[in-house]
Ligand binder design. Structure first.
Ligand code: PLP
Length: 393
């Protein structure tokens, strides 16, 4: 059995060796500041320019519309706080969704403390938004509608083109957190009507510590943002700080590979995921969390009733998956996403997210199926024996 079987690709992905290779010169001999005007700096400046083009090409925008950040979290903060600060005289209402990533939810909560009003839209039991609910939520004073493209826990794909149309018809900007979607599915920001989109290198085989924000520069929805980080005026004044050249080059290379290999990767990973899911759902008292088809091809979030997810994870030893709980600083809580789709605490605590990626193989999936069946069966047996013991039988 391989030492580690990694099925937690929605948390982060392994750096593709081709990406590392592209980054290496900029970690070693080509270390100049991309802003320096000497010959040495010109080389790194050119590398950043090339990476920006690779990233822009992946999502169908102009190079001037890409702002490099340190992460998707920073890109989200820049987008939401930037819009709030710039357009606060127009209105102080923002619409988002209960199942967003904490980077969005906590940024919105912060703004609530600054006098903004936030509507957190509920989702249906399959995790998808009802468009009538979206329509009814947008008001005269709404300045931003922010809906994630793919959910990180259950993988559902929101109808963002339709949601963008609703936002635009009311004169409001549309933002999407594309962190789980960019590099995995084709995205054209113009066709989808996206005005702002956050994403991160480490979710699609790029390095950690590099993210980006797409900011629409073209009319009719040209977005103006106030920066949240001030300083030397890098990235059009929107994100000061010396550019992370190796990270940017890595993001660019990851984007180039994603563009080339997306279709074949989706087919292969999708087949593995479907095989895993079909087999695991044959275990008694299991069900899928999230819409069965309007979902990304790499993820399967399964509730295995009567077996605690933490205990399953311990039992799975060298197999890395994720559970249905989220740690806050003080306690472990059931996932807000699973709660939002109507799961009980017990069901959330019995749910496991299997997220596949580029480097998984059929042999690995066979092992995961076999081990999960074994572990769940023994946990349920243990549970039955202890119940009988308590009852004195
Ligand atoms: N948004 C979504 C949907 C995510 O899945 C994540 C990471 O888990 C983030 C935002 C934050 O990404 P980063 O780690 O790059 O800040």
């Amino acid at each position: 059995m391989p030492k580690i079987i990694y099925l937690d690709n929605n948390a982060t992905t392994k750096l593709d060796p081709r990406v590392l290779e592209a980054m290496m010169p900029f970690l070693t001999e080509s270390y100049a500041n991309a802003a320096s005007t000497h010959l040495f700096g010109v080389k790194t400046h050119e590398a950043v320019k090339n990476a920006r083009a690779q990233v822009a090409n992946l999502i169908g925008c102009e190079t001037s519309e890409i702002i490099f950040t340190s992460s998707a979290t920073e890109a989200i903060n820049l987008a939401i706080k930037g819009v709030a600060e710039t357009y606060k005289d127009k209105g102080k209402h923002i619409v988002t969704v209960a199942t967003e990533h904490p980077a969005v939810l906590d940024t919105c909560r912060y703004l609530e403390g600054k006098g903004f009003e936030i509507t957190y839209l509920p989702v249906q039991s399959d995790g998808l938004l009802d468009l009538d609910v979206v329509r009814a939520s947008v008001r005269e004073d709404t300045i931003l509608v922010s809906v994630m493209l793919v959910n990180n826990e259950i993988g559902v794909l929101q109808p963002i083109k339709e949601i963008a149309e609703i936002a635009h018809s009311r004169g409001t900007f549309f933002m999407t957190d594309g962190t789980q979607a960019v590099g995995k599915i084709p995205i054209n920001v113009s066709e989808l009507g996206i005005d702002l989109m956050s994403f991160s290198g480490h979710k699609f085989y790029g390095p950690k510590g590099i993210g980006a924000l797409y900011v629409r520069c073209k009319r009719p929805n040209k977005v103006k943002l106030n920066p949240i980080i001030h300083g030397g005026g890098h990235e059009k004044g929107l994100r000061s700080g010396t550019l992370n050249v190796p990270g940017i080059v890595g993001l660019g290379k990851a984007a180039e590979i994603a563009k080339q290999e997306m279709a074949s990767g989706a087919k292969r990973i999708g087949e593995l995921r479907n095989y895993l899911e079909t087999e695991l759902l044959k275990i008694e008292h299991t069900f899928l969390n999230g819409h069965p088809t309007k979902r990304l091809y790499n993820v399967s979030n399964i509730c295995l009733k009567g077996a605690d997810a933490d205990a399953i994870m311990v039992g799975l030893k060298g197999i890395m998956v994720s559970n249905g709980s989220a740690c806050s600083s003080t306690k472990i809580e059931p996932s807000h996403v699973l709660k939002a789709v109507g799961r009980s605490d017990e069901e959330a605590y019995s749910s496991i997210r299997f997220s596949l990626g580029r480097f998984n193989t059929k042999i690995e999936i066979d092992i995961v199926i076999q081990e999960t069946k074994k572990v769940v069966e023994s946990l349920r047996l243990l549970d039955m024996y202890s119940t009988l013991r308590v009852q004195g039988k």
